[in-house]
Design a protein around this ligand. Structure first.
Ligand code: 5GP
Ligand code: MG
Length: 200
């Protein structure tokens, strides 16, 4: 079944995403290099241990596109957090899915970058940060594809944000409604008829 008919409008195009990801990757790369100590012998930067922590499932497309723009040695350790189960279009509280989470016991010596699709109520990021902080990383930053312009989202510390968007429910480029539409290449809004009957 074609999914295009369920789209209300395109908010962010494929070209805008590509261009912004180039900028974001350059910024992240430059920040890591700027903080890296230099080798006393030849002055080249000593790249620290980098661990990327993508939050499943919404970040999959974003992280796949971002990491291919970051030519650095890094580990990837996923976490799975659910807050919009099934046909919800508002947060039902963040809960970690242990079976799909692959964090090491400790993160001592590691510079952590948390990657997620969207900062909305901020609950997911808060929960994730608490869990990671207990593992004692050297540093912990976060990188969001989207941030909704609502006070709770703006109040949460987040070092990298690709796009600030209006406070609307969006789909595509990894973001779902009832686990559909993640494969849309652009970030879109959904026609209200699609979810009106399901609102929970
Ligand atoms: P928060 O915990 O900040 O309220 O929400 C974060 C999670 O809720 C996101 O990782 C995402 O899974 C889901 N979410 C929040 N807003 C949206 C939205 O507009 N569209 C979709 N598809 N998911 C959202
Ligand atoms: Mg999510």
């Amino acid at each position: 079944m074609p999914m295009q008919k369920d789209i209300e409008r395109v908010l962010i195009t494929r070209e805008q995403i590509d261009q912004r990801l180039d900028e974001l990757a350059t910024q992240i790369h430059d920040d890591i290099l700027a903080e890296a100590p230099s080798c006393p012998d030849n002055g080249t930067p000593i790249i620290p241990d980098i661990t990327l922590i993508p939050i499943l499932t919404g970040s999959i497309i974003f992280v796949a596109d971002l990491i291919r723009r970051l030519p650095l040695k890094m580990q990837i350790r996923v976490m799975s957090v659910t807050s919009y189960p099934g046909t919800s279009t508002s947060s039902k509280g963040a809960s970690v899915e242990a079976a799909l989470t692959r964090l090491p016991e400790r993160l001592d010596g590691h510079h952590v970058l948390i990657i997620d699709d969207i900062l909305d109520s901020g609950n997911t990021l808060k929960v994730v940060k608490e869990i990671i902080a207990k593992k004692n990383p050297t540093s912990m930053r976060s990188c969001m594809l989207l941030r909704k312009q609502r006070p709770e989202a703006m109040a949460e510390t987040c070092e990298y944000v690709a796009f600030d968007i209006p406070d609307e429910f969006v789909i595509g480029y990894g973001l779902d409604y009832d686990d559909y539409y993640r494969n849309l290449p652009e970030i879109c809004t959904l026609r209200p008829e699609v979810y009106e009957n399901d609102i929970k």
